[in-house]
Design a binder for this molecule. Structure first.
Ligand SMILES: [Fe+2]
Length: 272
């Protein structure tokens, strides 16, 4: 047995759909209630669907009883305030797990590289069912900001930078690709993030929206890349020093940083 995965994600791990007419929609992300979630003040989340309908953002596997990232329960407070966002999450007709709005404060290139991580979307997901992937619907107009994706987090040559204007629609296998957002500007960025189960419903939704599985990255100079890599390395070194002083291993086996151990600003590790 194996998981059912989408053929269109096989090559690159992501797909960009045609842009949504975001300007025609109400700014419901300003009406929902945000909660602290591994917050350092840089990121907040407003859950629309959570494990059992409470106003919280923990992984579904961290509840009693634990569950995989499917069958999310709508949070009355926020789902009621954001019917348009709920409708967009429901439009594919695929099973929905976590569904939330992220608020991200401006973040530099180096900090974003430091924040690169993979999600744990498929913990407890039964073999033979659909692989969980995540949708990112950009709500605010951030044309100079990008979703950074890397197949190898330590190899800049594997990097793709996808622009995030209002209405940008990305679907990403975030358990396969390292990801984080480099958010330029002075105002927060808002984005709807939804966990969907791969299957014929999601496949049909994607196919109907002019999907592109390889896009041209936002241009950066060699100097920008070098400065960002140095910035990220300095942040990793500082963090490792703090953890070493506590006697903690700063990484998982695959090098993924462990948010729960750090006590530092790791809020973007579970999202982007
Ligand atoms: Fe993530």
């Amino acid at each position: 047995m194996s998981y059912h995965k989408l053929a269109i994600l096989e090559e690159t791990g992501y797909v960009v759909l045609e842009r949504h007419e975001q300007a025609a929609d109400p700014a419901e992300w300003l009406d929902v209630e945000f909660v602290d979630w591994k917050s350092s003040g840089d990121t907040r989340f407003a859950p629309l669907a959570s494990a059992y309908g409470d106003l919280e953002c923990d992984g579904f596997w961290n509840h009693t009883p634990p569950k995989t990232d499917k069958d999310g329960v709508w949070v009355p407070r926020n789902a009621g305030a954001a019917p348009t966002l709920v409708a967009r999450a429901q439009e594919p007709g695929a099973n929905i797990g976590r569904c939330r709005v992220i608020e991200l404060q401006p973040t530099g290139y180096g900090e974003a590289l430091y924040n690169l991580h993979r999600d744990d979307n498929n913990r407890l997901n039964p073999d033979g069912t659909g692989w969980i992937v995540r949708g990112f619907f950009n709500l605010t107009h951030n044309p100079d900001s990008v979703m950074i994706l890397r197949a190898d987090k330590d190899d800049p040559a594997t990097e793709t930078r996808i622009a995030l204007p209002a209405g940008a629609q990305l679907i990403v296998d975030t358990q396969r690709l390292y990801h984080a957002v480099w958010h330029e500007g002075s105002e927060p960025r808002y984005c709807l993030i939804t966990s969907w189960e791969s299957g014929p419903e999601l496949e049909a939704y994607i196919s109907a929206r002019h999907p592109v599985s390889r896009v041209t990255s936002k241009a950066v100079t060699d100097e920008q890349v070098a400065a960002a890599e140095a910035d990220a390395a300095a942040r990793r070194a500082a963090r490792a020093a703090v953890l070493a002083a506590r006697g903690q291993d700063p990484t998982f086996g695959d090098g993924t940083m462990r948010a729960s151990d750090s006590g530092m600003a790791m809020e973007t590790l579970s999202e982007a």
